[in-house]
Design a binder for this molecule. Structure first.
Ligand SMILES: [Fe+2]
Length: 308
């Protein structure tokens, strides 16, 4: 008996034989063949995963010590994750996988605003605010007018488009990172564009900030001489009935780390100058001190694909 459930010898089972046993040369093929019972998509995903994983192990000739370190790293990555912190997403981010998945799933063909990662700080619903309101509830930071117009790819305005915005403060922290320091819902707002697709609100210029680097992912960054910083940005989710929503950032052109975002989120099309405006009348009209900075961002949406 070979211990198999049906009592047959291993070599008598269909497909078995010396050519189908695990070997260094045939490892990936043999393991991939074990997924024959899966549905087509699962089979494709697992087969590709195994081929790439085995190729990687063979390429670097992984040592047993390195394998143990990898298991320990992944174990600690899981242990560090809970409902407030997701170390695995962070790992995906710093390996560029989050951005790759995002990019593959939201190809625009250059016709609409490019997307980028949602990020971990959209954890509370943004409060509805009126056009022109301020989202800087504590009034700290360099005053900034944020304005623009939402259009379709044909250039026509999208009346009533919704703009969900959130950003870090002048010290590089989101409100949820500083309870008791920042007011609740500081630097967040849900705006509705006017009949011409236009929107405007008051804020402050955000600052660059580090991703959480006191866990296993931080060890990875430190071991490879990488910094944990993201360049200054505002988050936007722009949506409207009949259009595909876009989750994106607008990056501040003079921010540090634009060329070395820890999560690879920067796209050239999303970088904007935020010039200083010295115009007392305009400042008074906007309700801002003079001078102020001004960020203009005109989101372009694609129509929802027609239903089959
Ligand atoms: Fe962010």
């Amino acid at each position: 008996m070979d211990g198999s459930a049906d009592g047959r010898s291993a070599s008598s089972r269909a497909g078995d034989g010396p050519g189908t046993r695990f070997s260094e040369e045939r490892s990936a093929e043999v393991v991939a063949a074990s997924f024959a019972g899966a549905d087509d998509r699962l089979k494709r995903v697992l087969s590709s995963l195994v081929h790439h994983l085995h190729g990687f192990v063979k390429d670097v000739e992984l040592t047993e010590r390195e394998w143990e370190l990898a298991i320990d790293f992944l174990t600690r990555t899981g242990q560090r994750s809970d409902d407030r912190r997701q170390e695995f997403i962070l790992l995906s981010d710093v390996l560029g996988v989050s951005m790759l998945v995002e990019t593959i799933n939201h190809r625009t063909g250059g016709r609409s605003t490019e997307s980028t990662v949602l990020g971990p700080f959209h954890m509370v619903a943004s409060p509805p605010r009126a056009l022109g309101d301020t989202i800087a509830l504590d009034g700290r930071g360099t005053p900034c007018l944020v304005e623009g117009r939402v259009t379709g790819a044909d250039g026509r305005p999208v009346p009533g488009a919704r703009l969900d915005v959130w950003q870090a403060n002048a010290d590089g922290f989101y409100d949820v990172q500083q309870p008791g320091v920042q007011p609740e819902l500081n630097l967040r707002g849900l705006f509705t564009a006017d009949a011409d697709g236009r929107y405007w609100f008051r804020s402050i210029v955000p600052r660059y900030y580090p991703i959480p680097d006191d866990g296993p992912v931080g060890e990875l960054l430190a071991a490879t001489g990488r910094h944990p910083y993201r360049p200054a940005h505002l988050h936007f989710i722009v949506s409207a009935p009949g259009y595909r929503p876009v989750t994106t950032h607008v990056f501040v052109a003079d921010s540090q780390y634009l060329d070395s975002d820890a999560v690879f989120g920067v796209k050239d099309s999303l970088i904007r100058d935020v010039p200083e405006v010295d115009d007392p009348d305009r400042a008074a009209a906007a309700g801002l001190p003079n001078p102020f900075r001004c960020l203009t961002f005109d989101p372009v949406l694609l129509p929802e694909p027609a239903a089959d």
